[in-house]
Design a protein around this ligand. Structure first.
Ligand SMILES: Cc1cc2nc3c(=O)[nH]c(=O)nc-3n(C[C@H](O)[C@H](O)[C@H](O)COP(=O)(O)OP(=O)(O)OC[C@H]3O[C@@H](n4cnc5c(N)ncnc54)[C@H](O)[C@@H]3O)c2cc1C
Length: 238
């Protein structure tokens, strides 16, 4: 099992400062598959807990970036009264050390299909960014990416740019549930499911779903009520 010290090298903030895209440089190089997660640990004992902070975070970057540039990253959304998400949104600066272990997780592409449906909300965006960047490189792939957030102030500028592409291979459908904005539809990600399936052409689709347990279970149920098998639906609940 990998266990390595890493140094934070880039931090991007959402306008609310409650979402960060944190990149770091691990001392020991490793490989991973997009969609996997790492255990992230503080190097200090938390004052109240008396032990290091330690939580899993999905990797939002690609294995190619790690091999070529030496950086790996994850997107963190602050949870109310949460210790680790507070540290990773407010307590870090460039140069802060963290410890990474694993990678682990099975929300990865097995190459069976060339059509992909991504559905994510909130911090569930993190693995989707890595999967999206990797899978959209292959011009044979077709991706429909549905992402939902409550407020526009929680959207990272780099993610808004990344998810602005719309052409024959990639379709981005973005929702805000509690704000209005010209680039976004109003409502919840579930609203676009049937439209996405029509656009992808029904058969041979791999689905990645990530976000709150309620949303993930809802999407899984909607998909199995249509024609999807369990193997086609890969998911992570936070
Ligand atoms: C596989 C996986 C991947 C993940 N990837 C990401 C990711 O990419 N990005 C991301 O932002 N998150 C991700 N998460 C979630 C992440 O691991 C943390 O759970 C999240 O950041 C909150 O951690 P925290 O320490 O800030 O909050 P916690 O300190 O765990 O607190 C969370 C909430 O629970 C409450 N709480 C804590 N302890 C108790 C208690 N004893 N009794 C009652 N209430 C309590 C707190 O008040 C708070 O509201 C992932 C989770 C999993 C399982």
């Amino acid at each position: 099992m990998l266990r390595t010290l890493a140094t934070i090298s880039h931090i991007e903030y959402s306008p609310s400062q409650e979402v960060t895209f944190v990149r770091c440089v691990p001392e020991h190089r490793f490989t991973f598959e997009e969609g996997q997660f790492l255990m992230v640990e503080s190097v200090f004992n938390h004052a109240e807990l008396g032990k290091p902070l330690k939580k899993p975070y999905s990797i939002a970057t690609t294995n190619k970036e790690l091999q070529e540039k030496g950086t790996v990253g994850f997107i963190v959304k602050k949870t109310m009264d949460g210790y680790m998400s507070d540290f990773l949104t407010k307590g870090i600066t460039i140069g802060t050390k963290i410890v990474l272990t694993w990678p682990a997780g099975h929300m990865t592409d097995d190459g069976t299909n060339k059509k992909y449906l991504f559905v994510s909300t909130g911090s569930g965006i993190s693995p989707m960014v890595g999967l999206y960047n990797e899978l959209s490189l292959n011009s044979e792939n077709k991706i429909v990416n549905i992402f939902g957030e409550r407020h526009h102030r929680h959207i990272l500028p780099s993610v808004e740019t990344l998810f602005s592409r719309n052409d024959d291979h990639v379709e981005n459908i973005l929702f805000l549930s509690q704000d209005e904005h010209t680039l976004y539809r109003s409502g919840h990600v579930q609203l676009w499911l049937d439209e996405a399936l029509r656009s992808l052409g029904e058969a041979d689709i791999t689905v990645f779903v990530c976000g709150s347990p309620l949303m993930v279970d809802d999407i899984r149920q909607m998909l199995t009520e249509r024609w999807f098998t369990k193997d086609q639906i890969k998911y992570e609940k936070y």
